[in-house]
Design a protein around this ligand. Structure first.
Ligand SMILES: *Cc1c(COP(=O)(O)O)cnc(C)c1O
Length: 430
């Protein structure tokens, strides 16, 4: 894509943007009475205006029917789950019955580990990315300890090479090959939360299966951000949260995918609860667990219709905007950001002796989503620019020791906001 670095050009991109009206669907927080430039959709997506009405509907049903709201009214809560899985299955590329909305991300990862990490004899190793999100690291560490194994021996991490920021696919494949007799599970992030690197999930899955391992993905930073084809790629399982790119609110109900080949497989182990019991006979309260023959068979507890409602409000917007259109804008918006930042990093190396930042997110379109991570490099002043951006009403986030992450997202950010950010950054780095 060819761009021009001017405000007029940015405005023209907004005028030509078929999704520009969707910004009005969201509440944009303010800073000194002006709308913030909110680039934190990778952390907590903004609140859709309609969320309140969707929540109110559930409160009204509760008021009117009490517990009978599970079964009565125009939209009984028992059927609510089905209103979520259609759009979600498009977003993650799964069959609708391979998707379940339940719990929270880390909880779901633990539950899926019960089913898909089945160490046996010397096949007990787990291959994962180095510096995965801490919750994922703690999840793996404690899960492995619960089996009585030493995490240091069992968990194999693949890291970027010395002096590099991203993990090379050939290093991932080589590690799988090297441990092919001992690897039980490959658990990988769809997109690394720190660098924004998008991984080749299809290739990792293929190599993992060839080595005799199960393969699962944490899609926290991928779901709702980039296209994913879990079923087509033959991924065994995946989990994600819904409060980042899926705009479903703080503590939103999370999601999981389980390939259909496991839904009724008798040898699949799981930790069960009554909500995963065969729906047709769940309320007979019988002894002996019989799962629902879909990903819903992994549910444990009565879900919250309030959380479902907040999730649905956001998913309905995705549906109205169209997933393909969202992807087209995501790519263009991110290329625009990339173009402006590149322009800036070139300009600063020419005019100032100390380079202000390096982009550590991979450049080619295929290897990133909305997020760009900037490694701040002026010694002693790493955080200064971040603080000044915040003062100027530009919301990004800071990750120790020296990274600014920002993610303009297609549903509510504009090309003009991206231009204004780059313009202010230019002045700050001088
Ligand atoms: C955000 C994030 C989490 C958070 O887990 P919760 O259980 O939702 O708190 C976990 N893993 C990754 C990779 C994340 O980016």
């Amino acid at each position: 894509m060819k761009f021009e670095n001017t405000l007029e050009y940015a405005k023209r991109l907004d005028q030509e943007d078929p999704l520009s009206t969707f910004r009005k669907e969201f509440i944009i927080p303010t800073h000194n009475e002006k709308q913030q430039i909110y680039f934190l959709g990778n952390s907590l997506g903004l609140q859709p205006i309609r969320t309140k009405a969707y929540l109110q509907e559930v409160l009204d049903q509760w008021a009117r029917y009490g517990v009978e709201a599970f079964f009565m009214g125009e939209a009984p809560w028992l059927g609510y789950h089905d209103k979520l899985t259609g759009t979600l299955s498009t977003i993650v590329g799964a069959l609708p019955h391979e998707v379940v909305v339940m719990n929270q991300l880390t909880v779901n990862l633990h539950l899926l580990m019960v089913s898909f990490y089945r160490p046996e004899g010397k096949r007990r190793k787990i291959i994962c990315e180095a510096k995965a999100f801490p919750s994922d690291q703690y999840m793996l560490e404690t899960h492995v300890k619960h089996y009585g194994y030493n995490p240091e021996e069992v968990i194999i991490e693949v890291a970027p090479r010395e002096g590099e920021h991203n993990i090379r696919i050939e290093d991932i494949l080589q590690t799988i090959e090297q441990h092919k007799e001992e690897v039980a599970l490959i658990l990988w992030g769809g997109i690394n939360y720190y660098t924004g690197q998008l991984f080749d999930m299809a290739t990792i899955t293929k190599a993992g299966h060839a080595a005799g391992a199960k393969v699962g993905f944490d899609l926290a930073h991928a779901a709702g951000n980039v296209p994913v084809q879990l079923h087509e790629w033959n991924v065994d399982f995946a989990a994600w949260c819904s409060y980042k790119y899926l705009n479903s609110g703080p503590g939103a109900i999370a999601g999981a995918y389980i390939h259909e080949r496991y839904h009724t497989a008798p040898d699949v182990q799981r930790f069960a609860g009554w909500w995963g019991y065969n729906k047709a006979t769940r309320f007979l309260m019988q002894k002996g667990f019989m799962p629902t023959a879909s990903a819903e068979g992994w549910q444990l507890s009565t879900p919250s219709p309030l959380l479902y409602a907040a999730h649905r409000a956001a998913l309905d917007i995705v549906n109205e905007a169209g997933w393909e259109n969202i992807q087209a804008k995501r790519k263009k918006l991110n290329s625009w950001l990339w173009f402006l930042l590149n322009d800036l990093s070139k300009a600063t190396t020419e005019t100032t002796p100390a380079k202000a930042f390096t982009l550590i997110t991979p450049p080619p379109e295929a290897e990133r989503g909305s997020q760009v991570s900037m490694l701040m490099q002026r010694a002693g002043k790493e955080k200064e620019i971040f603080d000044q951006l915040t003062e100027a009403g530009i919301m990004t986030d800071w990750r120790e020791p020296n990274v600014i992450r920002l993610a303009p997202v297609p549903l509510y950010n504009t090309y003009e906001e991206v231009w204004r950010f780059a313009d202010i950054l230019r002045r700050l780095i001088g």
